[in-house]
Design a protein around this ligand. Structure first.
Ligand code: THU
Length: 161
């Protein structure tokens, strides 16, 4: 007999940025500021991301679009690849990623499917659950700890063994 399983996901919802800890407020501010680097003439949807390292360092990214559309890279990937290019030791220091969208279209920004896969890769390198802060401009913040909550049954390096 096949068995049914249920997978649950856990989130903490903050009403606004004032409810965040000061370091998280700083990280969200960095993500908001990072939108200035967005190249998004096609969607006009500026996304910013900020990655917090264990030593306090913050590395940011913004979405970079392309006239051919396909090569578009999300803010989360620009930020995480900027960390990964610094080497495995730096990547191991990743603890939290915050992502925000444009002021004009306030919506809760959650990482796209490809970004979830990229976050999974980083989480596997870090070897501990990463914190993800998904922010609605002037609105609530969804926090989750562990990419499993956004990418259940995800494929990762362990599956290649
Ligand atoms: N985008 C991101 O950068 N991150 C997300 O989590 C969602 C979508 C970008 C991709 C594209 O440049 C624009 O937002 C519209 O989809």
């Amino acid at each position: 007999m096949p068995k049914k399983i249920e997978i649950t996901a856990q989130f903490t919802v903050y009403e606004n940025q004032n409810e965040l800890t000061p370091p998280d407020q700083l990280l969200v501010s960095a993500a908001l500021a990072a939108r200035a680097g967005s190249h998004s003439p096609y969607s006009e949807f500026q996304v910013g991301a900020a990655v917090q390292l264990a030593d306090g360092q913050i590395i940011t990214g913004a979405n970079i679009e392309n006239a051919a559309y396909g090569p578009t890279t999300c803010a989360e990937q620009v930020a995480l690849f900027s960390v990964m290019k610094l080497g495995q030791e730096t990547t191991k220091q990743v603890r939290t990623i915050a992502v925000v969208g444009p002021d004009q279209k306030p919506t809760l920004i959650t990482p796209c499917g490809v970004c979830r896969q990229v976050i999974k890769e980083v989480e596997d390198i870090v070897s501990q659950p990463l914190r993800i802060l998904m922010v609605k401009v002037n609105g609530e913040i969804y926090e989750t700890v562990g990419i499993e909550n956004l990418l259940p049954l995800g494929f990762g390096p362990a599956d290649l063994q």
